[in-house]
Design a protein around this ligand. Structure first.
Ligand code: ADP
Ligand code: MG
Length: 680
């Protein structure tokens, strides 16, 4: 989008003073153009009304009903006030509850008909709506956009501001997509699409507008990734002459799986090809990615080149350091560790040893990116758990050598076809086999009423010297639950009372990284027996005695996420179990949990997750190192992804440098995107 007015600061807009501008900044909106590109994250369809008796539980729907009794006020403990009224939808009378919002409740007039928009709860016979949004019947004619919000900026305000922004536009936005491409893929023009996505006349128009914008996003992303990939493919002077892998496999306490051997061979093909390796190794949790990385480091080091292994957290780096040292020291290969908490003297030694080549394998966190870290002959860069790092960080580490080989390891199970597209700049290898004798993690799904029995189960594990994870997602802030964090803190206290003879620790996302590391180390050392975690537990950390995991509100996680979490247990010899606690009703919820019980194959689970989420669910989990997409969902928008990939390939074949006049718009956008990917 090119028009000058779009570059103007948001204060330029009618209705935006300094205070509002500050709030908008929190949403990433600095200019008029940012506002226009702040697309609704959902729509409320007020044209479809559901009778309350037929409304599914826990799904948002719109109920048209007439108020039959005015709001009655009742004081609750904790200084809260409950307002209750009844309404009739033509078939059923039901209760509507509001907490604290006197104005909203008392504005509703007896005998008037309204649209109540919310989730149905209560029992089968006595249904009720808690804190619904209420609309007048006049508002019922359209799809209402729902914007990303922040405190102080309501949906109504956003709506008005977007309208004002459109009013300031005097010329077209300037469509980067050339007409022939739009015709070939039946895509709306940019102006039409942007307008329709904010103010859709109907569902069909909204979907077409979204499709157009999603296509553009994915198309530009893939062009950018393909160009980045092309750029990094120079000639490599770092050919790894001899393959020492057989000796390495010989030295291990276990026999490598066929998949580990195959993937290592695939990597070796790259190392000997004369072109720098750029490869993603995907493998389910526990598939043994570390051994593959160590095998490569072993041969690279014996060929007199250095290796860097970067992990996202200190504890993971520490663990890798121990593993690599154990594997590589017998060959006389020296391994060093650098993290944020490495002592000054040790750090000095590390830097000196690295610079003169005494150290062959450098393991660490982001600390490895510091300017002071200099290699004398960097040949291989490994990054573990890739979705934590941006493309840029990978390149920054790589820039410490001359086109070193690059290996990215990830446990995020993405279907292979999709991975090939998403990681457009990487070749992909998959470790599709687990080491033999891995015990299946027993998985149970139970309702909250089973909690006492679940505690008994935990007690049994603890009595056998085992440890437990209790994962409780941060439930969204709401009237009933004003502070999600307090809930987690309370939960820890409650568990501590339940288990007075054991240490119960707490790990949450608001903690500083240092604090998190400390808690995690104490858990790994067995000083904490039960770890309550609100955040996703540190990826890849191995605590062999942690063999039971309880996941509260399991329905709030994606299947793949649950599978990853489950991968944290069952890493030792003891039998392991995961208990999913959820009161979510409905067929999909049941099917989702069933998939987890049935299979332990992360890729199958990812596939099923995609299928079950269905086309209606636009907004999914985002786990990758790419810039955030505005509308596109890399996991579910597969049709557009494939179409856009094909279009990107075609375009680059005819105009590899994007130099043609009709591609100037594309080129500008791709360069902007490459710069953003470049910043990570
Ligand atoms: P991940 O792929 O999740 O990073 P790891 O590399 O941490 O998995 O391996 C998990 C565990 O399996 C480690 O304890 C490792 O020593 C062990 N392991 C790896 N490969 C094999 C194998 N082929 N046979 C038996 N155990 C293995
Ligand atoms: Mg790992």
């Amino acid at each position: 989008m090119q028009q000058p007015v779009l570059q103007k600061e948001i204060c330029y807009l009618k209705g935006v003073g300094p205070a509002k501008a500050k709030l908008l900044q929190k949403l990433g909106i600095e200019t008029v153009g940012d506002l226009i590109a702040c697309y609704p994250r959902d729509y409320r369809d007020l044209t479809v009304h559901t009778p309350i008796a037929a409304a599914p539980f826990d799904e948002t729907c719109c109920i048209k009903a007439t108020v039959t009794t005015p709001a009655v006020e009742r004081r609750l403990s904790g200084g809260r006030t409950l307002y209750t009224l009844t309404a009739f939808d033509g078939q059923t009378e039901f209760r509507v509850l509001f907490f604290n919002t006197k104005y909203a409740a008392q504005a509703l007039r007896r005998g008037e008909t309204y649209l109540f928009y919310g989730k149905v709860s209560g029992s089968l016979l006595k249904r009720e709506l808690v804190s619904p949004t209420v609309y007048t019947v006049e508002q019922a004619s359209s799809l209402l956009p729902v914007y990303p919000l922040t405190a102080g900026i309501s949906n109504k305000v956003m709506n008005t501001l977007v309208k004002n922004a459109f009013a300031t536009l005097s010329e077209p936005l300037g469509d980067p997509l050339p007409q022939n491409l739009r015709i070939a893929h039946r895509l709306m023009g940019l102006d039409e699409a942007v307008k329709a996505v904010h103010f859709p006349k109907n569902r069909e128009e909204m979907l077409q507008a979204r499709r157009r914008l999603i296509f553009e996003e994915l198309f530009l992303l893939q062009l950018a990734l393909r160009r980045l990939k092309g750029r990094s493919r120079g000639v490599s002077s770092l050919t790894v002459q001899r393959d020492f892998t057989p000796e390495f496999w010989q030295s291990l306490p276990f026999t490598p799986t066929a998949a580990q051997r195959r993937v290592t061979d695939e990597c070796f093909g790259d190392l000997q090809s004369g072109v720098p390796m750029n490869r993603l190794v995907q493998g389910d949790v526990g598939s043994g990615k570390t051994a593959v990385a160590a095998a490569l480091c072993h041969s690279v080091a014996l060929n007199r080149l250095q290796c860097a292994v970067m992990a996202p957290t200190e504890i993971l780096a520490q663990q890798h350091y121990e593993t690599f040292t154990k594997f590589l020291a017998p060959f006389g290969i020296r391994t060093g560790l650098l993290t944020g908490s490495t002592k000054a003297a040790e750090k000095r030694q590390f830097l000196a040893d690295l610079a003169d080549g005494t150290l062959q394998v450098a393991i660490g966190t982001h600390a490895l990116l510091e300017d002071a870290v200099q290699f004398c002959s960097l040949g291989l860069v490994v990054t573990d758990e890739q979705h934590r790092f941006g493309v840029a960080q990978r390149s920054r580490l790589a820039a410490k050598g001359q086109d070193p080989h690059l290996l990215v390891m990830s446990a995020t199970p993405i279907p292979r076809t999709l991975a090939l597209i998403i990681y457009g700049d990487l070749d992909v290898s998959v470790i599709n086999e687990l080491p033999p004798g891995r015990k299946q993690v027993a998985t149970y799904a139970v309702p909250t009423s089973y909690r006492p029995r679940v505690y008994e189960y935990i007690r049994k594990f603890l009595s056998e010297g085992q440890q437990a994870y209790v994962v409780c997602p941060l439930v969204e802030e709401s009237e009933e639950n004003p502070s999600p964090l307090t809930a987690a803190v309370d939960y820890q206290k409650q568990l501590q009372q339940e288990f007075p003879d054991h240490q119960v620790g707490l790990l949450h996302g608001k903690m500083r990284p240092k604090e998190k590391e400390q808690i995690m180390s104490r858990f790994a050392a067995g000083q904490i027996h039960i770890l309550v975690a609100t955040t996703v537990i540190e990826v890849g950390v191995d605590v062999p005695a942690a063999n039971i995991m309880v996941i509260e509100n399991a329905e709030r996680f994606g299947l793949s996420q649950l599978h990853q979490l489950r991968g944290r247990v069952g890493r030792g010899d003891h039998a392991a179990a995961t208990v999913l606690i959820s009161d979510a009703k409905g067929e999909i919820a049941a099917k989702r949990l069933q998939v987890l019980k049935e299979t332990n194959d992360g890729f199958r689970i990812a596939d099923e997750d995609l299928k079950l989420r269905g086309p209606g669910d636009f907004f999914g989990a985002r786990q990758h190192g790419l810039p955030p997409m505005k509308l596109a969902d890399l996991l579910t928008d597969t049709k557009e992804l494939t179409a856009a990939a094909a279009a990107a390939d075609t375009l680059l074949r005819t105009d590899p440098a994007l130099g043609k006049a009709e591609h100037a718009g594309i080129r500008r956008e791709v360069e902007r995107l490459m710069a953003r990917v470049g910043q990570g």
